[in-house]
Design a protein around this ligand. Sequence first.
Ligand code: FES
Length: 154
Amino acid sequence: MALQTRDLLAVGQVAERSGFATSALRFYERMGLIEATRTSAGQRRYQRNVLRRLAFIRAARNVGLSLDEVGDALSALPGGRPPSRADWERLSRSWKGRLDEQIRALTALRDGLDSCIGCGCLSLKNCGIQNPEDVVASRGPGAAYLPGPLRRPS
Ligand code: FES
């Protein structure tokens, strides 16, 4: 089925609708995360379904996936046709474990930020009980009592 002109969006339209700066769109295109065709005048044109890919990229970045991980995930989508509902379902299934881990970590953070997190500050009264003399320093850098997903370098 041939694409209609109305199905193609200019870079400004994609930026406005997705909330990404045009520079970010060009960057994601260079990284192979999104695709654009060119008009005869060399202007970028995007298929409308690029908005879903961009929404996925934003959500993935917000839960801590690296751009390489985002690229791996998106590469599982079919080329040559817009992803179907089943394609997106398959992709989100592979994401579920990661999201569950993030939810557990954020819940632990919410419930534990008012007590010792093993950061080495020794500033709370109960640090003397949970981290006397900064004994958790031997575990390496970071707040040792925070869940792992919250201690990963960003
Ligand atoms: S909160 Fe920082 S060492 Fe306990």
